[in-house]
Design a protein around this ligand. Structure first.
Ligand code: SF4
Length: 150
């Protein structure tokens, strides 16, 4: 019996993905919607447990996804060009970052598990545990070491 064809994310470069394939890479973890601080000296990224005010924690979605970069100029729209640059600011588990760095998808990714809720039940979603931006105080009080590794 012939081996099955590799999945699209192994077969094609990011720049060749169809729009639905591109969107399907997002596991919906929401980690990139957390506010983060960057060390001015080392450029190290520190995540907080505070989530952007446009993020709906019940649905696990941005409430204004098409306008996200207009609403929040610091919300970067991921493209192959963006991913060809420096992506250390994305969580280490992020599928886009991993593929851009030549790494496989994390084992709990919905494209592998077949379950869109797998990031939630494996502890890789921010849903239900992030602090809404409107309720947060100084971001330095909200630094978190939540697992960002795959
Ligand atoms: S960190 Fe990556 S996989 Fe997770 S929600 Fe953001 S873009 Fe999607």
């Amino acid at each position: 019996m012939p081996n099955p064809a590799p999945p699209f994310w192994e077969l094609k470069p990011l720049s060749a993905l169809a729009p639905e394939e591109w969107e399907g890479l997002c596991d919906g973890c929401g980690k990139c919607c957390l506010l983060r601080l960057e060390d001015e000296d080392t450029a190290e990224i520190h995540y907080t447990n505070v989530v952007c005010g446009y993020y709906d924690q019940d649905a696990g979605l941005c409430t204004d996804y098409p306008n996200r970069s207009r609403n929040r100029p610091d919300c970067v729209t991921l493209t192959p060009a963006v991913l060809s640059g420096e992506v250390h600011w994305l969580p280490a588990s992020c599928a886009y970052r991993r593929l851009a760095e030549g790494a496989p998808l994390p084992p709990w990714h919905p494209l592998l598990s077949g379950d869109p809720e797998s990031p939630l039940w494996t502890g890789h979603s921010i849903r239900g545990r992030a602090v809404p931006e409107a309720e947060a105080d100084d971001l330095e009080h909200h630094l978190t070491d939540w697992g960002f590794e795959p």
